[in-house]
Design a protein around this ligand. Sequence first.
Ligand SMILES: NC(=O)c1ccc[n+]([C@@H]2O[C@H](COP(=O)([O-])OP(=O)(O)OC[C@H]3O[C@@H](n4cnc5c(N)ncnc54)[C@H](OP(=O)(O)O)[C@@H]3O)[C@@H](O)[C@H]2O)c1
Length: 241
Amino acid sequence: MKALLTGHTHGLGAALADALLAREVRVLGLSRGRAPERAALQQVALDLADSAALATWLAGDTLSEFLAGAGQVMLINNAGTLGPVKPPGRQSAPALAQAVALNVAAPLMLADALIAASPAAHDRRIAHVSSGAARTPYAGWSVYCATKAALDQHARAAALDAPAGCRIVSVAPGVIDTAMQAQIRATPDSDFPNRARFETLQRDGSLWSPADAAARFVDHLLSPQFGDEAVVDLRMLYAAR
Ligand SMILES: NC(=O)c1ccc[n+]([C@@H]2O[C@H](COP(=O)([O-])OP(=O)(O)OC[C@H]3O[C@@H](n4cnc5c(N)ncnc54)[C@H](OP(=O)(O)O)[C@@H]3O)[C@@H](O)[C@H]2O)c1
């Protein structure tokens, strides 16, 4: 088994890399930085918010060489940003464009490339890392909500096109104790009126650790049920058990 994983250096992505490697999945990580070297982890430093740089990388051979010979291949589109946390009118064009490129263009480009580069694989699984914000609107998060909702709808539509053996799911991973949560708690109330709720979640010990979230994510990714629903929320899946 081989997995292409974005944002593997920190937070949920680092824990996903650990969980996949522990299950003997070979991982190709794409992030701007690098994680500590490990056997079975190949890394490429790439700014996924730079769509032209990503297109150039995809035109090369690294992805097809990595996937060669694998019967089961996976893509986890994990890298993401909150983007500008502000109401429209104060978001700024460059910050908006960067967030859309990272949160939407890169996952869609990588999904397309993975399917094209793995015709011999009998089992292909693509997971977008979405958010509850795709499904519930929050003031201050219009860019984040819209970009994550785009991933949900991409999974629903692409599932209709998917070749046999290819499944695609947009997964909300729960609320996880990462740098992104610290960034949320540090946002001024004037930009993100819902900030106090996230402080309460942390104070009450309600955040999932990255390791717990990653274990649940990978359990679902590798399960026979993966692909039954194009849009899932790990909190609902685990509450139902
Ligand atoms: N934390 C939560 O509570 C939560 C809840 C719902 C959904 N999510 C989603 O889960 C995913 C991971 O979130 P997280 O909390 O683990 O975030 P994080 O701690 O901020 O980590 C983000 C990861 O993405 C990579 N990344 C960021 N910008 C990049 C870029 N331009 N190009 C390439 N890689 C980039 C970072 O690596 P480099 O800095 O090395 O590039 C890092 O490995 C995101 O899609 C997020 O929206 C998180």
